[in-house]
Design a protein around this ligand. Structure first.
Ligand SMILES: *Cc1c(COP(=O)(O)O)cnc(C)c1O
Length: 376
């Protein structure tokens, strides 16, 4: 019970009107709202995880390996297979989701009196890392097709002199991958400030053939950090394991700001077990990519108000489409039919994650129904 003279909480004033981040976690039949992998781990993956966790449990009285050496070696080996880029395990860093990896980056390279820059529309968590590290937050705009205009990006960097630049590629919520020339131009401009450039590749495994990863630039740019996650392609959002690749100097800076023993022994064991099954998990990613391309093509054939839907090109496991005069009504209509998608992105657009073929069909049926109902 609060007494009348209970002292007010000394909340930081800039947090007074803030609400916690989060998409609705609703219990509906078809959940296509947070870009999860729709396929639960197979029984053999579950068995490997259980065995690894049992082994870790035998020494839970001890703190875990603070530097998660074995996991970093496994992650480096995975990146060599996935992107053909060979890295020393000391160039790899990990934390509880790539969200925490990026918070480490802002803790080490942002801070009071410093600026972080990104290009909107983009991932809604970035301004929160800036806020929580007292870093000034500045956004440029992406072009009509959601790419980043190279000259405008370089001009913004020169004007704002940021210490951190965040580039999501493939971008969320648009699905857009940046071309390497744009990333290189940003890296060159950043070197003159100097700034750290973070290329957030949370969706990299879903990129279309021929789209290179920024990992290929690491040997030339010591101020580049490429972040990845096991939440999407690896079907392990519940694990909370994100990581990055960078120069060892950059990684050493992150080691200073991390909490001691931030990666539990259980998380390290689970991640290593999942990585041991990378081949079967990546085979599923290929299916999801094909499903995504078919969904983009289908959406492009749909009409609203006598004109075709606009559909952003996607290199991720979701598709941004629109535009609707009342996107909330469309979102609600889908939810009423048991399909949860995300009301996000620029005004009038909606985002749907790629599900199983059955879930995609349920989404298509519901959308056809909702559009038909609203036009009659
Ligand atoms: C999902 C997502 C992440 C991953 O977050 P985790 O903390 O690793 O689950 C990072 N960046 C973007 C743009 C995302 O959409």
């Amino acid at each position: 019970m609060t007494t009348p003279d209970a002292p007010a909480l000394p909340l930081r004033p800039e947090l007074a009107d803030e609400v916690p981040y989060g998409a609705p976690q609703l219990d509906v039949p078809v959940r296509l709202n947070v870009n999860e992998n729709p396929y639960a781990p197979s029984e053999d993956v579950v068995a490997t995880i259980a065995a690894h966790v049992a082994e870790a449990a035998r020494t839970l009285n001890r703190y875990p390996d603070r530097d998660f050496t074995a996991l970093r070696a496994d992650l480096a080996a995975y990146l060599a297979v996935e992107s053909g880029v060979r890295l020393d395990p000391a160039q790899v860093w990990a934390a509880n989701g790539s969200n925490e990896v990026m918070l480490h980056l802002l803790q080490a390279f942002g801070g009071p009196g410093r600026t972080a820059v990104s290009f909107a529309p983009t991932y809604s968590m970035y301004p929160e890392y800036a806020r929580d590290t007292h870093t000034r937050w500045v956004t440029g705009r992406r072009a009509e097709d959601f790419t980043v205009d190279t000259a405008a990006a370089v001009a913004l960097i020169e004007a704002e002199q940021p210490s951190v630049i965040l580039l999501a590629s493939p971008n969320n919520p648009t699905g857009t991958a940046l071309d390497i020339a744009t990333i290189e131009a940003v890296l060159d401009a950043a070197a003159r400030v100097p700034a750290v450039v973070v290329v957030d590749e949370a969706y990299a495994e879903f990129r279309r053939a021929g789209t290179p990863s920024a990992l290929a630039l690491l040997d030339r740019y010591p101020h580049l950090a490429v972040t990845r996650t096991m939440s999407k392609a690896f079907a392990a959002a519940g694990l909370r394991l994100g990581y990055l690749a960078a120069s060892t100097d950059l990684v050493d800076a992150l080691r200073v700001v991390r909490l001691p023993y931030h990666l539990s022994a259980v998380a390290q064991a689970t991640a290593r077990a999942a990585l041991a099954h990378r081949d079967s998990l990546l085979a599923q990613v290929a299916d999801l990519r094909a499903e995504r391309d078919a969904l983009v093509a289908w959406l492009r054939r749909q009409q609203v108000g006598g004109r075709p839907l606009r559909v952003a090109q996607s290199d991720a496991n979701f598709v941004l489409f629109g535009t609707f005069d009342d996107r909330h009504a469309v979102w609600q209509g889908l939810l009423d039919r048991g399909v949860l998608i995300r009301e996000t992105g620029p005004e009038g657009w909606l985002r749907v994650s790629v599900g199983t073929p059955g879930e995609t069909q349920a989404f298509k049926d519901a959308l056809t129904d909702v559009i038909g109902e609203r036009e009659n």
